[in-house]
Design a protein around this ligand. Structure first.
Ligand code: PGA
Length: 243
């Protein structure tokens, strides 16, 4: 696991964008694994800048998102479909048919999970997976206790996750209690993984992650990243402050 510590959130976002651009320039048919939440916002801003000012093209890039809330349709402003469209996709030249996000209102959640995992295997492998990390160590919505062999599945969100994400909703009561997420095994199928973390509220999670090499365990799902041989963690000084 490679660790890059930078001064602040801006530097983390710029470095992550630089690494993504480098991959796209090397392979314009890149398959990118994308994350939502507050952390990747700066990365997406920088990628949009790269598209508008340096002509970086996403025309042939495919994207596979980690997760979606169950019960929110694509038009709900807090759905990850809306998040991705508003913060990234509508600003670049990507074909929306090349973007994949689990359906938040499927007829059968189980079928949607199987179908999404099949898509990952068909469209993938993901060449570069971008991740954030939850304060409880979740990756995607793989909450503590998740089976390390998990593929795409339905999860019940922990209260801490619902509280952390409540700012995207009018109130915490609106935050769905379930989501569809790709599994830990699905994430580990990616060829390369970059995890971003910024701010003091992630310091504990970053410390636990970096100390978990000999203690890989389901109580801290991000610890399974130690079983992958190409993971880079890009953090700012605040997130690294107690390591
Ligand atoms: P955040 O979420 O980027 O909004 O902090 C990260 C995560 O939950 O994976």
């Amino acid at each position: 696991m490679k660790v890059i510590v930078l001064d602040n959130y801006d530097e983390v976002s710029k470095e992550a964008a630089r690494l993504v651009e480098e991959k796209i320039l090397a392979d314009d048919e890149l398959v990118l694994g994308l994350a939502t939440g507050s952390t990747p916002l700066g990365l997406y801003e920088n990628l949009i800048k790269g598209h508008k000012t340096r002509g970086i093209s996403f025309k042939n890039v495919k994207t596979i998102n980690l997760d979606e809330y169950l019960g929110l349709d694509n038009n709900h402003p807090a759905s990850y479909h809306a998040f991705m469209f508003e913060t990234f996709f509508k600003h670049i030249d990507i074909e929306l048919t090349n973007t994949y996000i689990p359906d938040g209102v499927p007829k059968s959640a189980e079928e949607e999970c199987a179908c999404y995992e099949g898509m990952i295997d068909h469209v993938g492998p993901v060449n570069l997976q971008l991740l954030g990390i939850g304060t409880n160590g979740h990756i995607g919505f793989n909450e503590p206790g998740t089976d390390p062999n998990s593929l795409t599945h339905v999860v019940e969100l922990k209260e801490s996750t619902r509280e952390n994400n409540a700012h995207f909703f009018q109130s915490i009561d609106e935050v769905p209690k379930h989501a569809i997420t790709i599994g830990i095994q699905s994430i580990l199928k990616s060829e390369q993984i970059i995890l971003l973390a910024s701010g003091k509220n992630k310091a504990n999670a970053v410390k636990t992650l970096l100390e978990s090499k000999e203690k890989v365990n389901p109580d801290f799902p991000a610890s399974y990243l130690w079983t992958h041989d190409d993971v880079t963690i890009i953090v700012d000084k605040d997130a690294y402050s107690i390591v």
